[in-house]
Design a protein around this ligand. Structure first.
Ligand code: ZN
Ligand code: ZN
Length: 191
């Protein structure tokens, strides 16, 4: 098995020491510190050996991206191209997963961040389409709001105030129609 970032041979490694009734977990690490690889069979065997912890309420901590993240990574196990998954909506924390063998690559210290956040038991949930769509939507919504605020400043509050009033108005379609007219243009005839 080779590192997807530097092609060095991955070394067998203890990714998680046993503690508090949770068994240890073995996997692979790049000897140059590029990241960790967790094969799917080792993960699910580990998961079956203990009672998964409750879902954490704390947000996932940030993690600096390490290495050339733009380069498509190849799975250490079967050299298929891995897909990137967002672990926290705010960005900066990603995992790469191979759709063929289910193995997961953790860049740099993303492994430690995942463990510290108590997300290891929830890994399958984080990698589902539904969770990813939810994260994407959160990012898209946040981005739009931020861009509007950047460009409109305090005018955004005026717009939002007016919008809230207009939407509860019984004749709102007339209001929106009027808004689309450029001032000074001849009025449209409304029956
Ligand atoms: Zn490496
Ligand atoms: Zn694979």
């Amino acid at each position: 098995m080779t590192c997807p970032l530097c092609d060095a041979d991955l070394e067998r490694s203890t990714l998680l020491d046993p503690s508090d009734g949770v068994p240890g977990l073995r996997g692979f690490r790049c000897p140059r510190g590029h990241g960790s690889f967790l094969p799917a069979d080792l993960y699910f065997a580990w998961r079956e050996r203990h009672e998964p912890a409750d879902a954490p309420s704390e947000p996932v901590p940030s993690s600096e991206e390490v290495g050339d993240v733009k380069r498509a990574k190849l799975c250490p196990q079967d050299e298929r191209i891995m897909s990137r998954y967002r672990v926290r909506p705010e960005g900066g924390f990603w995992l790469d997963r191979c759709a063929t063998c289910g193995g997961v690559w953790f860049d740099g210290d993303e492994w430690d961040a995942t463990v510290e956040a108590g997300l290891l038991d929830r890994l399958p949930t984080l990698l589902t389409d539904a969770w990813q769509r939810q994260a994407e939507r959160a990012v898209a919504a946040g981005g739009t709001e931020d861009r509007l605020r950047d460009r409109l400043g305090e005018d955004l509050d005026r717009v939002d105030g007016f919008r809230a009033w207009a939407w509860q108005h019984p004749q709102r379609h007339l209001i929106f129609s009027r808004l689309r007219e450029r001032p000074g243009e001849p009025e449209e005839v409304l029956d």
